[in-house]
Unconditional design. Structure first.
Length: 111
């Protein structure tokens, strides 16, 4: 187990949500793992972090598996923070319209 993993485990067990939020802000990808711990106190921050992470993943996606990962993140975010993904869904649909596999994956989740 890495030092960062140990640190996060201690923060989580001791219920230091502000420290966990700071960690997620520094390491955006960790929001997918820790969003449930931060809700409902930090709903707006969680939604913002998720949307930023979704944008990052979408910009580097280049295969059907990575497109599906982006779509799974969208679903996870929508379940955690209803209504937070509408704008990013529209952005992805417009920006990546020429990627048929991406658009197919988006349609699978209802976009």
């Amino acid at each position: 187990m890495s030092q960062r993993e140990i640190y996060i485990k201690v923060i989580d067990e001791e219920k230091h949500k502000t420290r966990l939020l700071a960690h997620c802000q520094k390491y955006t990808a960790s929001i997918a793992s820790y969003h449930k711990v931060l809700l409902p106190e930090y709903k707006n921050e969680v939604a913002e972090l998720f949307v930023n992470y979704i944008r990052q993943c979408a910009s580097s996606a280049s295969s059907r598996n990575s497109y599906a990962t982006v779509c799974n993140l969208i679903v996870m975010c929508e379940n955690a923070c209803p209504g937070a993904t509408a704008k990013v869904r529209a952005e992805i649909t417009q920006k990546y319209a020429r990627r048929p596999a991406f658009m197919e994956e988006m349609r699978k989740i209802g976009n």
